[in-house]
Design a binder for this molecule. Structure first.
Ligand code: GLU
Length: 477
């Protein structure tokens, strides 16, 4: 097989979206599985929609996920460069000229107003709107006269009649389109810049792209692209159109959807781990054989098989992401989890009177249950809140007549501790059990409610140490 070369070709019109990241990820996995190249190319011809820093932001977020391009505008290979479409205009011009010369394309002088009117007329009379070919057969003299008069023009491709464009999609099998449903479409806009469907063909050919995995919204673009490949006598890459990502209501994940964070940077900001995201996204529309769900990047590369890309929409399951991320956090060392959590704690709380040791202990108490970094703020709030508000259930529990004595005994035990650490607090709890003659729930619950204000929480002895001797004694009183 020839060397596999695939590409991710975003427009720098926004930051890295979950859908784009998944496209990049599957292309990357496919390339690496076959020992090939993953190329990052920029489709920046829609100049008005480009945003400042769009390219850098895309690259930075991909890198965070561990999707590192072999080639990009910052890592060019001379043979294929440049990697930004706006720097390739002279390459496109060369091929536009060939199409014009061969009569596969023509200049169209229709004004936007004329086109709009024609469009409305067609819609009103119930026919599918399509360019009426008014300029398809202008004579060379007419064209020259229009140009001399300074009339702006677009360039349209002359779509062949009665042709069927058929291709074997790597995900959907046979797909076909009839040329009669495709109007003569614009390959170069009036401003001289080529359109996506044209430029992408020139890029895919000149960059020797062998396979294209992209979203299903591009399916109807494919016959247009194949048409240009044929006109230029080139072989098209193999295409695979991935199904949609949907939300929990089975609605297409759109940028306006507020039920799901849409951008990769948001997950980074909330303290998700990049390798967990990589793992989770690889299962968005692809599944390996068997039941395993946690995979390292290398395992995913080894297992990736395009025949197992899903033919039905894949649901973005937030609970599953949280589960996957928690699994990765559990595997991290305490030091790493502290590094992940500390910035969130610093932002939310005043830590000026806390030692690093205290912060480490605080995080360690939640290490196993933590779903994502920022969650630490919510989980630990009880350690930063001095105002204990017992709920009805806790209040009711504390009415039991054995409780004052239990708290008294425990209070004395605590007061006697010199080195206030977990071991000694644990011993104080044990001693209270013996002396007050209470055990199980009647031992732990009063101590927990009196010291933390809640009935269920993290390890009791650690919680007590974190609250601190003085405050614990205060609360017991
Ligand atoms: N710029 C296109 C997009 O962002 C890429 C289309 C393609 O992969 O051909 O959707």
């Amino acid at each position: 097989m020839e060397r596999v070369r695939v590409r991710y070709a975003p427009s720098p019109t926004g930051h890295l979206h979950i859908g784009g990241a998944r496209t990049a990820l599957f292309n990357y996995l496919f390339a690496k599985h076959h020992g090939g190249d993953f190329i990052f190319r920029l489709e920046d011809t829609d100049v008005a929609r480009n945003i400042e820093g769009g390219e850098a932001s895309q690259l930075k977020n991909l890198e965070w996920l561990g999707i590192i391009p072999d080639e990009s505008p910052l890592k060019p290979v001379e043979k294929y460069a440049p990697y930004r479409q706006m720097e390739r205009l002279d390459i496109y011009k060369k091929y536009i000229d060939i199409l014009l010369e061969k009569g596969y394309a023509y200049k169209c002088f229709c004004t936007p107003e004329e086109l709009e009117e024609e469009h409305e007329r067609q819609v009103a009379s119930g026919v599918a709107p399509m360019y009426n070919r008014k300029c398809a057969n202008l004579t060379a003299q007419q064209v020259k006269a229009n140009e001399d008069a300074g009339m702006p023009y677009t360039i349209r491709v002359r779509v062949p009649e009665n042709k069927v464009y058929e291709f074997e999609d790597m995900i959907r099998s046979k797909v076909s389109f009839e040329s009669k449903d495709i109007g003569d479409w614009v390959i170069q806009k009036a401003n001289g810049i080529p359109t996506y469907n044209f430029a992408v063909v020139i890029d895919d050919h000149t960059m020797e792209i062998t396979h294209v995995f992209r979203g299903e919204e591009h399916l109807s673009n494919t016959p247009k692209q194949i048409m240009i490949f044929e006109m230029l006598g080139w072989e098209a890459p193999k295409y695979g159109h991935m199904t949609l990502i949907v939300n929990e209501n089975r609605k297409k994940l759109s940028k306006r959807d507020e039920t799901i964070m849409q951008f990769v940077s948001q997950y980074k900001e909330e303290g998700y781990l990049p390798d967990a995201m990589f793992n989770f996204m690889a299962l968005l529309g692809w599944s390996p054989e068997g039941e395993q769900e946690i995979f390292t990047k290398d395992e995913l590369i080894a297992a990736f098989d395009e025949n197992r890309l899903s033919k039905s929409p894949s649901m973005f399951d937030k609970e599953k992401l949280i589960w996957v991320n928690n699994r990765y956090i559990k595997e991290r060392s305490l030091g790493e989890v502290v590094a992940l959590c500390q910035p969130f704690l610093e932002e939310a709380y005043d830590l000026s009177d806390k030692s690093q040791e205290w912060i480490e202990m605080l995080v360690s108490v939640y290490h196993d249950q933590l779903s994502y970094g920022k969650e630490i703020v919510k989980l630990t709030s009880l350690f930063f809140n001095d105002d204990l508000q017992l709920d009805d259930e806790a209040r009711e529990f504390m009415q039991d007549e054995s409780i004052p004595n239990t708290l008294d005994v425990f209070s004395n035990q605590i007061a006697a501790i010199e080195d206030f650490n977990r071991e000694n607090v644990q011993a104080a709890i044990k001693a209270t059990q013996k002396e007050a003659k209470v055990k199980g729930k009647m031992l732990f619950m009063p101590l927990r409610i009196a010291t933390t204000g809640i009935m269920h929480g993290p390890d009791l002895a650690s919680s007590i140490v974190l609250i601190g001797k003085e405050k614990v004694l205060d609360r017991l009183k």
